[in-house]
Design a binder for this molecule. Structure first.
Ligand code: SAM
Length: 283
């Protein structure tokens, strides 16, 4: 167990700082203070972050930390913490670690006993979810699905029965294929496509998956899909009870096959399953 009291004493700290997902105004005063106060900012794309720092006249030095240089950047950040330096991690947009790099770094920093502190801020999934009109009570953030349709459908099949709202990130060039797969696996559920959030062309398209698919091929920009969970009530079928009902119909004069067909329709189970269960019980 590791307990962290974030602000009890001054220790070199790793700060996770979200950055705007479009609208540059969405930097909180606290996030800006942290970026000014730390010794180094570890950025997914230093050129991109430089623009943000210039807009807010922040001169903190940058270092590169992304998916493909982690083997070097993570030990370097650990060394800097060891030298008593505090570091802020930023991605190109929104929260670092949310469909962005940083997971391995955070794990390593925690294991070495340094505090990891997150700063509040912009996140595309949350903006889309709260304005979607779909249930926010329980939800799952899935992020990006696989790019290949066969693998994507396999992932969707695994969550087919999930009863709560699901949040996906998707790239515009894959949106039509992904919506087609969603329609095929989930059926025509209610959804919301939220695109270009916080930017001038922000748009919410709320409707059924089939309706959104109709307009999807001309959609550009960054997008989030919010999809209703499986609303079909799972009915627990009591096979013992079903067999008793079959016997009852047989006693009333019905043929066994006919009784099984009738009961399977009544309770909504597969005829073959009830047939097998009934005959196994009688053997
Ligand atoms: N770390 C980011 C966050 O916290 O939201 C997500 C980064 S992920 C690499 C990029 C994806 O996030 C985009 O493909 C899109 O699905 C979503 N996204 C980012 N900005 C967005 C925006 N302004 N509007 C809609 N979706 C956005």
């Amino acid at each position: 167990m590791i307990r962290q009291k974030s602000f009890e004493k001054e220790t070199p700290t790793l700060y996770l700082v979200p950055t705007p997902i479009g609208n540059l105004q969405e930097m909180t005063p606290r996030a800006l203070d942290v970026l000014k106060a730390v010794d180094i900012i570890a950025a997914e794309d230093t050129r991109n972050t430089k623009k943000l720092l210039m807009a807010y006249q922040i001169q903190t030095p940058l270092m590169s930390h992304h998916e493909h240089n982690q083997a070097e950047s993570v030990p370097r950040i650990l060394d800097l913490l060891g030298e008593g330096k505090s570091i802020a991690v930023v991605s190109d947009a929104g929260y670092p670690l949310i469909s962005d790099p940083g997971q391995w770094l955070v794990k390593e920093v925690i294991s070495k006993g340094y505090p990891v502190v997150s700063i509040s801020g912009a996140n595309a999934a949350m903006n889309a979810l709260v304005a979607s009109g779909l249930s926010t009570q329980h939800y799952m953030f899935f992020g990006f699905l696989e790019a290949k349709s066969s693998k994507r459908k396999k992932q969707l099949l695994e969550m087919e029965h999930y009863p709560y709202t699901i949040i996906f990130y998707e790239a515009p060039h894959r949106i039509c294929d992904t919506l087609k797969d969603l329609l095929e696996v989930f059926g025509n559920r209610t959804m919301c496509l939220a695109r270009e959030l916080t930017k001038v062309h922000e748009e919410y398209i709320r409707g059924s998956i089939a309706e959104v698919l109709e307009v999807a091929d001309c959609l550009k920009g960054e997008m989030v899909l919010i999809v209703e969970g499986n609303q079909k009530e799972e009915v627990e079928i009591d096979m013992e009870e079903a067999c008793e009902r079959v016997d009852c119909l047989i006693n009333e004069g019905m043929k066994t096959k006919q009784a099984i067909t009738t009961v399977s329709k009544e309770i909504g189970c597969k005829k073959n399953e009830l047939y097998d269960y009934y005959h196994k019980q009688k053997d």
